[in-house]
Design a protein around this ligand. Structure first.
Ligand SMILES: Cc1cc2nc3c(=O)[nH]c(=O)nc-3n(C[C@H](O)[C@H](O)[C@H](O)COP(=O)(O)OP(=O)(O)OC[C@H]3O[C@@H](n4cnc5c(N)ncnc54)[C@H](O)[C@@H]3O)c2cc1C
Length: 400
């Protein structure tokens, strides 16, 4: 791929866009257009529609029920999903546990879990972080002790996204506290969230939403057959999972969608007696964001193109640039949407303004924009903090 898409890729983009336009339920699209987060039922319904089309497991090879797309096609697919106001497929299922199972699991594990993950019959969550183990994940303490045909798990995870929705959790546990290196005593277990002894406690985030949880394990019995790979080799599995292709991490489609929504709002909002869209300072801010998005888009093409040429393999450390710049842009574009909304962004003012006959959709879009703005403050923390990404860049790219 050079700096333009091939005819085939352009045709592919049109095919995906048309499919989304024709098949995404209107109420799901509208909620997202207004800036609301997707609900569990939205994600499930849409992923099943995609699965019927053979697209849900968009990054999987054909032999496991994926479409066998190139990295460029995957990138186009993700961008169209986000720009089209469709729910993203559940990353825990498709880009995390799916590839792990394909790479490390037994045939029985693959046969059972992979089709269910694709169709979202099982909603997966990720039990890695603990109160004392985030960036320094290898210091995790949740322990699993072998007892007959089970492991008995005790400990606590934190920041477990969507654990309250989840049927299964992939969990890192310590199976050998005596190991010479901390990384050598860790195992990777598949845990049924209905197992007795598991308690999920909500953490309500600043946007008022329930996305995060603490998960407690008290004498939770996990059958040994739910171990992935070998005992004490879980660190290899975790590294594989976290290092998997990360070209979608910039979430550029979402930033573009937020800028488009802000421009649409700015036609309806007045500033100093004129539509905000005519304001020179506002136009300059939008232009700067668009330039930054274009620069990141080109970087993303470079990373994907290199990945395409290498035919897979190890991810490019440059994907850390995508994470850092992508999340900075997500934060800047959601901030733009809130600034355009001005006082309408706060529910109390929105009610007052409703009495003054501001259009309903404008008021709703304005107050909903605050939620994504607030939630995405966390984007520079989750998926490996931006400071850690910069550490990776200094070593792997700058060679310092
Ligand atoms: C919204 C959200 C969703 C999440 N979802 C999940 C999930 O589903 N499953 C899961 O397991 N975890 C999840 N996490 C946890 C996430 O992976 C951790 O928050 C992240 O890895 C940081 O770990 P920490 O919170 O312990 O912070 P710490 O590691 O304690 O870091 C605190 C600060 O110190 C900085 N810092 C730490 N080490 C270094 C260093 N070596 N050099 C420079 N700076 C450093 C960090 O950048 C950060 O600013 C989620 C987090 C958030 C915010």
């Amino acid at each position: 791929m050079d700096l333009r898409f091939s005819k085939e890729d352009e045709a592919f983009r049109l095919e995906v866009r048309t499919f989304i336009n024709e098949n995404l339920p209107a109420d799901i699209r509208e909620r997202s257009r207004l800036g609301y987060a997707f609900r569990k039922e939205d994600t499930v319904a849409w992923q099943r529609i995609l699965n019927k089309q053979g697209w849900a497991a968009y990054s999987w090879p054909v032999e496991y029920g994926g479409p066998g797309w190139t990295p460029t096609q995957r990138m186009i697919f993700q961008e169209e999903i986000m720009m089209g106001n469709a729910p993203e497929v559940l990353g825990f299922n498709i880009t995390m546990i799916g590839p792990v199972l394909m790479h490390f699991a037994t045939q029985e594990q693959k046969d059972y879990f992979l089709p269910r993950a694709r169709n979202l019959d099982d909603w997966w969550c990720q039990g890695f972080s603990e109160p004392g183990a985030g960036s320094d994940l290898a210091s995790l303490k949740t322990a699993a002790v072998r007892d007959g045909d089970d492991y008995v798990v005790n400990g606590q995870k934190i920041w477990t996204s969507t654990a309250h929705n989840a049927d299964w959790c992939f969990v890192l546990v310590r199976t050998n506290p005596e190991a010479r290196k901390r990384q050598e005593g860790i195992s990777f277990l598949l845990v049924d969230m209905k197992t007795p002894g598991i308690t999920v406690r909500p953490i309500i985030s600043i946007d008022g939403s329930h996305h995060l949880n603490e998960v407690f394990f008290d004498d939770v019995r996990v059958p040994v057959e739910n171990l992935v790979h070998q005992e004490n080799k879980g660190w290899d599995v975790a590294k594989f999972l976290l290092g998997n292709e990360r070209t979608g991490i910039a979430r550029l489609g979402k930033s573009k969608e937020r800028v488009n929504a802000s421009i649409e709002m700015a036609h309806k909002v007045n500033a100093n007696g004129r539509p905000l869209i005519d304001d020179a300072v506002f136009r300059q801010r939008v232009a700067q964001l668009q330039v930054d998005m274009k620069a990141l888009e080109i970087t993303q093409y470079r990373v994907v193109s290199a990945y395409d040429k290498a035919g897979g393999g190890r991810p490019d450390p440059l994907s850390s640039v995508l994470k850092v710049k992508g999340t900075e842009l997500l934060q800047a574009t959601t901030e733009l949407a809130v600034d355009v909304a001005g006082p309408m962004a706060t529910p109390i003012w929105a009610r007052e303004l409703a009495a003054l006959n501001e259009p309903d959709d404008l008021l709703e879009a304005s107050s909903a924009s605050v939620g994504s703005y607030l939630f995405l403050r966390a984007a520079s923390i989750y998926g490996g903090t931006n400071e850690i990404q910069k550490n990776i860049l200094t070593k792997a790219v700058l060679g310092l």
